[in-house]
Design a protein around this ligand. Structure first.
Ligand code: NAD
Length: 269
């Protein structure tokens, strides 16, 4: 690319850009929101109504950036459309979309999994991603931009999360969706990439309902020296935020349609 410029240390890589982040009140979304703001972006924070997101909004404003919390359930088309419209009305543009909101949902053997529990996981994780991207596209077509989707190692490199059939299916679906979107949106210079985290220390446990029936299908998996080869423990949301910043910025200008694993080599064991 002719006008490609390598980032200087300390440069505000997202100066003048606007990012929309779902699931921005906690964990990976919150860390990414703070990090993108620290690097110059104004940020629209979409999450379910809770005071954690308002706290993130305040912290970003204290950095001297614009920030706006919009209460929306990502599985609800009307509310997502309205949230995106609110972001555009406030900031005038969308350059970066981080479709990240997600739940583990109900963990259960397939034969015991209730159809409504399947629907809830798929609606939040997969339909939520579709809706977030769908309603952002009209506002990104003119100037291009970057879409980042949070999938998981589950559904792509790991299949031993027993009871997680719905979750893994939703996460695999996100990877396929992002690749389709990367091709379709390349003409508008919109890049689309997927991040696949391994275990990360967040509040996802609050959205996890492990039924006792999972014990019936569990297969013990034992690793020779623990399950985290690189750091011997789960990753931190801030480490994932660094990857999100890279994919959001021009430093990744030739990367689209790619999934990137961020799991400390956990799933290579
Ligand atoms: P988290 O629970 O800390 O944060 C998720 C946020 O999403 C919460 O603030 C929650 O309120 C929000 N959310 C949930 N349902 C929503 C909905 N319907 N509409 C709007 N917001 C909603 O968890 P996290 O670990 O930061 O999760 C972020 C993403 O990372 C998820 O997609 C998750 O599947 C993925 N992920 C997490 C891990 C991990 O180990 N933590 C591993 C792989 C993938």
């Amino acid at each position: 690319m002719d006008n490609y410029r390598q980032g200087e240390p300390g440069e505000l890589r997202l100066k003048g850009k606007t990012a929309v982040i779902t699931g921005a009140g906690s964990g990976i979304g919150r860390a990414a929101a703070l990090h993108l703001a620290r690097n110059g972006a104004d940020v629209c924070l979409i999450d379910l109504n809770d005071n954690r997101t308002e706290k993130a909004e305040r912290e970003i404003r204290e950095m001297g950036r614009e920030s706006l919390f919009v209460d929306a359930d990502v599985s609800d088309p009307q509310r997502v459309e309205k949230a995106i419209r609110t972001a555009v009305d406030r900031f005038g543009r969308i350059d970066v979309v981080f479709a990240n909101a997600g739940i583990n949902g109900t963990l259960s053997p397939i034969e015991d999994l209730q159809p409504e529990d399947w629907d809830k996981t798929l609606a939040t994780n997969l339909k939520g991603t579709f809706l977030t991207v769908k309603y952002a596209i009209p506002h990104m077509k003119q100037a291009g931009g970057s879409v980042i989707v949070t999938s998981s190692v589950n559904g792509s490199r790991k299949f031993s999360g027993f009871g997680m059939a719905a979750y893994s299916a939703s996460k695999a679906g996100q990877v396929a969706f992002a690749k389709m979107a990367a091709l379709e949106l390349a003409r508008y210079k919109i890049r689309v990439n997927v991040i696949c985290p391994g275990a990360i220390e967040t509040h996802i446990g609050e959205n996890t309902n492990r039924t006792k029936q999972v014990d019936k299908i569990d297969i013990p998996v034992e690793y020779p020296e623990g399950n985290q080869p690189l750091e011997h423990g789960p990753g931190k949301p801030e480490q994932v935020a660094d990857l999100v910043l890279f994919l959001a910025s021009e430093q990744s200008s030739h990367i689209s349609g790619t999934e990137i694993f961020i799991d400390g080599a956990e799933t290579l064991l």
